[in-house]
Write a protein that binds this ligand. Sequence first.
Ligand SMILES: Cc1ncc(COP(=O)(O)O)c(C=O)c1O
Length: 380
Amino acid sequence: MTSRDRTGHNASDLGSVESWLVSAGRDRRPGLPLNVPPCPASNFVLGERRAYSRDDGTPSWEALEEIVSGLEGGSSVSFASGMAGIAAIFDQLHTGSVVALSDDCYQAVAGIAKAGQSRGRWTVHRVAVADTARWIEMCGVADLIWLESPSNPLLTVADLDAICAAPRKRGAILGVDNTFATPLNQRPLTLGADVAMQSATKFIGGHSDLLSGVVTVRDANLLAALRQARELAGATPGTLETFLAVRGARTLALRLERAQCNAMTLAERLARHPNVTLTRYPGLASHPTHAAARRQLKGFGTIISFDVRGGASAADAVCAGLQLIQHATSLGAVESTIERRASIPGQEHLPPALLRLSVGIEAVEDLWTDLDRALRNVAG
Ligand SMILES: Cc1ncc(COP(=O)(O)O)c(C=O)c1O
């Protein structure tokens, strides 16, 4: 890690990433609150460095940016949401650009790509996440290469080592949506990507109570351009949301460790369940990109996708039958959530009985009892 906190500490001076998460982003001047409080201000008394918060930020954004800068190993810009950050990246493209986009990705990203293409702003090529040769080829021709790894919701892991090392078209941006992995499991900038993106709404916030996005880069020009895009579009993060995201980040390592451990146990049991026809989890040896996951990821994450025997109606019945696991969208929080992804408009191409389970920090045996009961009731 190279980032410094406001007192000049280097992330590596603080030891492990767990210590950085707990200690970074604080203003250590005597007499100030230990935790940077939310600062509900649009404008400031003129004369000092801040005039207007859309342009100049608030202390709580800066705390979040400092933490994520250290985690990802670059300089971070926080946004109102993950999508606001991704929109700022697409905003960098000139008319006539070429975009290479994962075939499996968050639907709103596909939506931005499609909308820009239909307005004649760029051409989009969808690339299978595991098709390394095609990604390498696209690196030579695309102006924006946008990958999700592991992808949402099929959890395919791209060979980021090979793709990031491939020669890129001059001025091209290679971005990795690092939301599913989190910077604790994967640091795309260190592999050679230009952008690492987090929907901080998910694991960093971790409590399903905020929207936030953070984009991290190494290039100073791109950093300035993203800050300007945020300012001009007004895609500014809320001060309360960034305060909450910082509070969430303090426990990220603990939450991830527990939820990941739960996920491995549940994935192994789901894979053997008579009413599950397919279990996708990068940590399972049966996963098609398990080898890349082992090579690249420090942990396999907390998301499992599995197909319920009996089709869409059976999968819906499983969701309805669960008591502990919440039937809700989104992911990465302390509570486990589950959703049939093909029920979402624009996601009809997905397997109809696929349930995406975001595993939380509950006791694993309670989660298993809940899942097993709901799955068995459907069969009966
Ligand atoms: C992988 C991924 N990237 C980006 C986003 C968008 O983030 P946000 O909802 O914070 O705008 C999501 C949202 O679910 C996501 O799952």
